[in-house]
Write a protein that binds this ligand. Structure first.
Ligand SMILES: [Zn+2]
Length: 433
């Protein structure tokens, strides 16, 4: 099933032509309506007339999260405030949040791309969709909500938290699809196993999971525990929210809605686009956004793009699973470590639950690297030598993947805190020193 065949199956030449026309429009919009953008283009010596095709995009300067902070709250607005009908904000871990404004047309585009995602997950008007992303300033809740209503599904606006009620609604209302973060899905899966309801009384078939990077191993874990197909929905507040891209039934990469969000991959060091298919940092330009358009926004997500036509019939470019964020990357004793690499190793190792917590510190000028990880019930014993062997086994496995050996602390099953939103898996104490 395809929601918008014209857009999703467009031939590449035609798509590039459309992207070029839309790029011209958005560049005009920011140049004539937004002073910081105009100034930056002038500094780079580029005028709106220099942008004629999508290839000209490389002439434009980048934007970043820092710009949204520096021009907080509405400095990058490119429409009059009277046209803004909704505001969202990202949960910044440090300092001020990032605020984004949407015009009515922006919200319509958001619903359109969200509908493409849910349709690709096999959902339609006969399906009950439970939205367990947080509602509010976070884009997850209302974003998924708008998408589910647009396809005509029956929406249960649960928001996150209150696990017992989540399960009660899921069970009693015949929920077919659950939308939440993958880490919350894992928590709900465990709660489902322990609940009074037999698993075969649930109608759950589809997971709409996103808002944090997750690995293939985590997907298999959730699919197995819940008995569902778990799909990745991709999005980021700065660009739109959930719906920037989605997987299809073949789960072979994330189709990007490239008629609205133009992707590039650059070398994060030099800013120069890499050769097609090569890995690098993902950059987005919003081609149709009116409220706060983003021109060449550096996501810090590391991935690569796949331009081959997909088996599902869509021609839209696909993004490989995100390897990590260049700003999530930990540098420990000079070595680059991504939490997603650790997640893969832990999920692949039979004796462990997919719950862990990384602590990095600096003691006597040396970085310390510790991972707390839950041992599965059936492997958790009082036998010290058995536990020591388990510890060694994981430490070696991790060293072979990331290059340095962590200190492993084994903890009892269900003893680490479960997340109801985005998982918090890292404490880097060095930033406080
Ligand atoms: Zn596909």
């Amino acid at each position: 099933m395809i929601w918008n065949e014209t857009a999703e199956c467009m031939d590449r030449e035609q798509m590039r032509k459309l992207q070029g026309e839309r790029l011209k429009n958005v560049v005009d919009r920011v140049y004539y309506n937004c002073e910081p953008y105009r100034k930056r283009m002038q500094e780079a010596g580029v005028m709106p007339g220099d942008i004629q095709t999508i290839d000209d995009i490389v002439k434009l300067p980048f934007t970043s999260k820092k710009d949204l902070r520096d021009y907080y709250p509405f400095g990058l607005l490119s429409s009059p405030m009277s046209e803004i009908v909704r505001v969202h904000a990202s949960s910044g871990t440090t300092g001020k949040p990032i605020v984004v404004g949407y015009t009515r047309n922006d919200l319509n585009v958001w619903k359109e791309v969200g509908a493409r995602c849910l349709t690709a997950f096999g959902l339609g008007k006969n399906d009950v969709v439970q939205i367990s992303y947080g509602y509010g300033l976070f884009t997850g809740g209302l974003g998924a909500h708008g998408a589910a209503e647009t396809i005509g599904g029956t929406v249960i606006p649960m928001s996150a938290g209150n696990t017992e009620k989540q399960l009660l609604m899921m069970h009693d209302l015949g929920v077919k699809a659950l939308a939440c973060t993958p880490s919350y899905a894992l928590y709900l899966a465990e709660s489902m196993e322990k609940s009074e309801f037999p698993r075969d009384e649930f109608h759950l078939k589809v997971g709409i999971f996103g808002a944090e990077p997750w690995t293939e191993q985590m997907r298999q874990e959730i699919e197995h525990k819940m008995g569902i197909k778990a799909y990745d929905i991709y999005g980021l507040t700065e660009i739109m929210g959930p719906g920037v891209g989605h997987e299809c039934e073949f789960q072979c990469g994330t189709h990007l809605c490239e008629d609205h969000f133009f992707p590039e991959i650059i070398d994060p060091e030099t800013g120069i686009p890499v050769a097609p298919g090569e890995k690098g940092e993902l950059v987005f330009t919003t081609l149709t956004k009116e409220g706060i358009p983003m021109i060449r926004f550096r996501t810090r997500d590391l991935t690569h793009l796949i331009y081959d036509k997909c088996e599902c019939g869509r021609t839209s470019v696909r993004m490989a699973k995100i390897l990590g964020r260049s700003d999530d990357m930990l540098i420990i004793r000079g070595v680059n470590v991504f939490p997603s690499q650790l997640e893969s190793v832990i999920c692949e190792t039979e004796e462990f639950e997919p719950h862990f917590f990384i602590t990095v510190d600096r003691v006597n000028n040396t970085d310390t690297f510790e991972i707390q990880v839950e041992v599965k019930e059936q492997y958790y014993t009082d036998d010290i030598s058995g536990m020591l062997n388990l510890q060694k086994k994981l430490a070696h496995k991790i060293q072979s993947v990331v290059g340095i050996q962590p200190i492993i602390r084994l903890v009892e099953p269900r003893s680490l805190e479960r997340s109801q939103g985005k998982a918090k898996r890292v404490l880097d104490k060095r930033v406080f020193k």
